[in-house]
Design a protein around this ligand. Structure first.
Ligand SMILES: Cc1cc2nc3c(=O)[nH]c(=O)nc-3n(C[C@H](O)[C@H](O)[C@H](O)COP(=O)(O)OP(=O)(O)OC[C@H]3O[C@@H](n4cnc5c(N)ncnc54)[C@H](O)[C@@H]3O)c2cc1C
Length: 333
């Protein structure tokens, strides 16, 4: 059995960046990173929208707001330092109804409180800036950007390895045993012991906590996002990220259009809970949330069409949605 000082479980962006940071901070420590897949960023990190958020939505003064501002700066400088594709293209939050226009004013105040540069555009200014987008007005947030989070994660894993960190991919952790001064980590073919364990398992975090017999009071409920792909000849339809004004009753930012420099632009994600039929009918917490929050792919697509009329045209969006799961795991209550 090999002994490590610190073991990190999870090869998404959170686990890999944690492992790299720990190795830099404690260069003499034996640090191990374990990932169940044969590659990094195989789940949420490799299936997201690639947006570097500026922190528009978060409560002023909160850790989340400060973390997002700092993270946005650090992500851009990491990409530039390592020649990873990234672009500070800016984002438009488009109001299409009077109610959204009122909500837009509140978001503008939030940007100001969060010290994020923001410009308010009227209908004509919006049309001049993005001729394919229609709305009653919009907020322009120049700090928002896009990048390749898979490349970022792979680069951080390579740096971790160069610093002497150990990596085990293709090793799902199946069993964890905690004693007074160590944790024994079992995969199908390896057993290691570690003084400290950091679990960054994304949608599996609650399962790993239960493996340690930790009495948690939450369950992770995955939701699924579907992205529609614009054909290559329409990939220049917008030059900035286009977002709706979020509905405060839903825990999502909404279906958005992402400009891409290297590939066709995706519309998405739609959001709906990825639960089997029996859970949607039952009385689990997930089923209650399902009834409250479910947004079907069709309604997501039609919402997208509210500010970009061309997206209603079947020829503009590809017929079959590309389905990007937050995880390969479906129902997980
Ligand atoms: C549809 C969608 C769009 C998003 N868009 C954006 C965006 O534009 N910008 C943004 O900043 N954020 C976005 N997010 C959020 C962002 O992608 C996540 O916050 C981030 O990727 C989480 O990273 P993670 O490392 O925690 O999880 P993951 O990337 O899911 O990584 C967890 C890892 O743990 C591994 N693991 C799990 N169980 C085990 C086990 N037993 N043994 C070993 N390994 C295990 C998994 O294989 C996986 O690789 C989006 C999320 C979704 C779902």
């Amino acid at each position: 059995m090999t002994n490590y000082d610190i073991t990190v479980i999870g090869g998404g962006i959170v686990g890999v960046s944690t492992a790299l940071t720990l190795k830099k901070r404690f260069p003499d420590a034996g640090v191990l990173l374990i990932e169940k897949e044969n590659r990094f960023a195989a789940h949420q990190t490799g299936h997201n929208s690639g947006v570097i958020h500026a922190g528009v939505y978060y409560a002023p003064g909160s850790l989340k707001a400060a973390f997002c501002r700092q993270g946005s700066r650090d992500t851009l400088s990491f990409c530039k330092e390592h020649q990873i594709p990234c672009r500070q293209c800016g984002k438009l939050l488009v109001a299409t109804t009077p109610v959204e226009h009122t909500r837009m004013q509140a978001l503008k105040q939030r940007c100001i409180q969060n010290r994020i540069q923001v410009f308010e555009l009227d209908r004509q200014e919006l049309a001049r800036m993005e001729p394919h987008i229609q709305g009653q007005g919009a907020l322009l947030v120049p700090a928002t950007g896009i990048c390749d989070f898979v490349a970022v994660t792979q680069k951080m894993a390579a740096l971790f390895s160069v610093q002497g960190g150990q990596i085990l991919t293709g090793h799902p952790v199946t069993h964890l045993v905690e004693t007074r001064d160590q944790v024994t980590v079992h995969t199908r073919s390896r057993i290691v012991s570690t003084r400290y364990l950091v679990v960054c398992a994304g949608l599996m975090a609650d399962r790993l906590a239960k493996m340690m017999h930790i009495d948690i009071d939450f369950s992770i409920i995955p939701f699924r996002g579907e992205y529609f792909q614009l054909p290559a000849h329409r990939s220049d339809i917008v030059s900035r990220l286009i977002y709706p004004i979020p509905d405060p009753d839903l825990p999502f930012l909404g279906v958005h259009l992402t400009p891409r420099s290297t590939e066709t632009s995706p519309w998405g994600p739609t959001q709906y809970w990825d639960l089997p039929e029996k859970d949607t009918a039952g009385s689990t917490p997930g089923s209650r949330i399902w009834r409250r929050c479910s947004v079907s792919p069709a309604s997501g697509k039609s919402r997208a069409g509210t500010c970009c009329p061309e997206s209603k045209n079947r020829k503009t969006l590809s017929g079959n949605p590309d389905i990007w799961h937050g995880s390969e795991n479906t129902a997980h209550l």
